[in-house]
Design a binder for this molecule. Structure first.
Ligand code: GDP
Length: 492
């Protein structure tokens, strides 16, 4: 084969092996073609088939998306309250729920669902979400137009909503057998409530056939439900072609979909250039303290130290009075002539004490190897404030900064951490959850086997073929239980 020219080579990198369309204006979204250059080359390559399907998806999104006659017609049907018998375009509307990490996981899963079912993905973007990301599909928008007939998403889509598929089934408003369902008699849309434990409602083949008749679907979820599709026989072949490497599903979806807007990218770039660019190695440490597991900071700090020691993650220091002092000074003297290694530790957390303690250690003690260590933390917001755009912009910026690190240590069960290592394509070390707030976690951390996020709320069984109590992690070879949350499921 001909050797690629330098230009072709660069383009392959810039477009992440064809994952990204070249059709965008670079200035409108500077992160799109730039962010992968801030990371080590990805160990994963998108399959040619995924690339082909994405281009096909983009063409459909342009044809069916806002501004065109097909969209107008579909919205008219939605307004009329009746589902149309046949429609060239079908839609899935995603609506946000919970924190930013939860939102990105469910949005990526919804996009995979759109790919598998030939729907067009549209996003309900309330003000605290609008402006975080660039448009992902060229020549069209994914944001719902301002005059969209449904406006009160929070009020309309609740667990009691009569439009929820689960509630429709329970009320007998719709049959579970698609042969008994006439499309024109259906309501104009169906709501798929996939929050936490409700995920068992919709992932049977029979349900999917009924759901396929609805031209409009609204999904609300806070979990990474993508692994569900890998348990469903009808999607098996297609998924195999799309993702021959199962452990890179989120990695590719996230790198395709999520591009920080220019405002967020400016925060990322400024911080990176000022604090991380000069380092030879960047270590990311994400410390998430959950309100329901209030581990005292002393214990958590101890766990971080044990993890770092056990796994050799942070440069070791020589403490005053330590017998190794003389070794260290000779190591330092001999390395003086060579260029010393420079490590940056990036801490992200709502709190500042972990950063302060770690920084204190490196400020007051030399490292064993004489290498330099700097410790940084971009913000310490103290509280989660999902309703505030500025807060979410900082959170997204920090997720991206973490994803530029060569090694990443995350907190168990945190979706914020999942996104960072998923984007990076780096297997994280996970600080495990202790059995109770006061007890120590043992071991302190484990290195995850994959870069995939965990699906934290799988159903108890699959569609009658599997009775409750069956081990969902043993059904197919590439879906297993998560390291950080045993009940959860993960692609391998
Ligand atoms: P999870 O709760 O850890 O699974 O992650 P989510 O992202 O869904 O929700 C946590 C939210 O708290 C984030 O979206 C941020 O709004 C905030 N948050 C948590 N940790 C951090 C952090 O390290 N930095 C910043 N800036 N915000 C954080």
């Amino acid at each position: 084969p001909p050797v690629p020219t330098r230009h072709e080579h660069d383009d392959q990198d810039r477009l992440i092996g064809g994952l990204l369309s070249p059709a965008f204006d670079e200035q409108s979204c500077r992160s799109r073609y730039a962010s992968s250059l801030y990371r080590r080359p990805s160990p994963f390559r998108p399959s040619n088939y995924l690339v082909e399907r994405l281009r096909r998806y983009e063409a459909r999104h342009r044809r069916c998306g806002q501004g065109g006659p097909l969209f107008k017609e579909a919205v008219e049907h939605l307004r009329s309250g009746r589902n149309a018998a046949r429609s060239e375009c079908q839609y899935v509307v995603w609506t946000p729920f919970n924190g930013l990490g939860n939102r990105m996981l469910s949005l990526a899963s919804t996009f995979l669902y759109a790919l598998l079912t030939d729907r067009v993905l549209l996003v309900h973007a309330p003000q605290e979400f609008d402006g975080l990301f660039c448009e992902p599909f060229p020549g069209s928008s994914w944001t719902l137009p301002a005059d969209f007939p449904i406006t009160d998403f929070d009020g309309t889509f609740t667990m009691r909503s009569p439009t929820s598929y689960r509630n429709m089934r329970q009320a007998g408003a719709v049959s579970g057998d698609h042969r008994n369902v006439t499309a024109e008699r259906l309501p104009a849309y169906v709501f798929l409530d996939l929050i936490q434990s409700f995920t068992d409602a919709a992932f049977c083949e029979a349900d999917q056939r009924v759901l396929a008749k609805f031209n409009w679907m609204v999904i609300k979820s806070d979990v990474y439900f993508a692994p569900m599709f890998f348990l469903m026989p009808p999607y098996e072949r297609e998924l195999e072609r799309l993702f021959p490497e199962k452990a890179a599903v989120f990695h590719h979806l996230a790198r395709y979909l999520f591009h920080p807007s220019n405002d967020v990218w400016a925060i990322v770039q400024r911080y990176y250039e000022a604090n991380l660019a000069r380092a030879d190695e960047r270590v990311g440490l994400q410390v998430r303290v959950f309100p329901e597991m209030p581990v005292p900071s002393e214990n958590l700090y101890g766990q971080i130290v044990r993890c770092a020691e056990q796994e050799g993650l942070l440069p070791k220091v020589v403490q005053a009075g330590d017998g190794a002092v003389s070794n260290s000074s000779s190591a330092m003297a001999s390395s003086e002539s060579r260029k010393k290694k420079f490590t940056s530790i990036l801490v992200t957390s709502l709190f500042s004490e972990y950063y302060e303690r770690i920084r204190g250690v490196y400020d007051t003690n030399p490292t064993e190897t004489g290498e330099y260590v700097e410790v940084h933390q971009p913000s310490h917001e103290r509280e989660q404030r999902t309703e505030a755009l500025g807060h979410n912009q900082r959170a997204l910026a920090e997720i991206y900064l973490l994803s530029f690190c060569d090694r990443i240590v995350t907190s168990a069960v945190s979706t914020f951490g999942y996104i960072a290592h998923g984007l990076a394509g780096v297997r994280p070390w996970v600080l495990l959850r202790p059995p109770s707030p006061e007890a120590p976690a043992d071991p302190a951390c484990v290195q995850s086997k994959t870069v995939e996020p965990c699906f934290q709320a799988p159903p108890r069984g699959m569609c009658g073929t599997v009775q409750g109590g069956t081990d969902m992690g043993a059904l197919v070879p590439h879906v297993r239980h998560c390291e950080d949350f045993h009940r959860g499921l993960k692609l391998f």
